[in-house]
Design a protein around this ligand. Sequence first.
Ligand code: ADP
Length: 190
Amino acid sequence: MKYFILFGPPGAGKGTQATAMVEKYNLHHISTGALLRKEIAAGTELGLQAKALIEDGHLVPDEVVEGMIESEFQSVKGVDGFLLDGFPRTLPQAEALDAILAKTSEEVTATVSIMIPDEMIMERIKGRALKEGRADDASEEIINNRIATYHNQTEPLIEYYTKAGRYNEIDGVGTIEEVQGRIFTIMDRF
Ligand code: ADP
């Protein structure tokens, strides 16, 4: 199995690009954000816990998303690999992912990081808010919390995967097709 990580700040276009990537490379898309929103919509215990954190722009506890990821790995069959979108988001999550994969003697194949400047994050999320109505896109304050969370907790993963020789970065500024072309150039190597 191949394990690709789609990395980048909120609003970088991960969800948009993931759709084309899973189709072209026969991968199963796992978006922890989408899985959490599903739990919230279903009103589960987990959803109730996650809701307040997400709507303040904070992360949910590592164990929660780690459990979700492992059960997806176990239940999905018939694909060539997985595309992780929004996971890992902290160093402990990256270590947990390595430990989960080590159980079956597997490892992360590659990280594809889509980079955009902070000013563009705000602009893109505000555009998405008009179309999708996500609660965590609703105010500048929440978006700023998410940008800060990204810089403090998620950005250290760049160094983690660079050291592991698994880090690839592309410029996320451009049309959807331009960015897609850059991503495919990297994915074709694996
Ligand atoms: P975006 O990429 O636009 O920030 P996501 O849909 O990936 O949005 O995630 C939305 C929210 O869900 C995050 O701000 C966070 O609160 C929660 N979340 C998603 N993935 C994780 C994760 N791996 N660890 C902790 N919280 C997460």
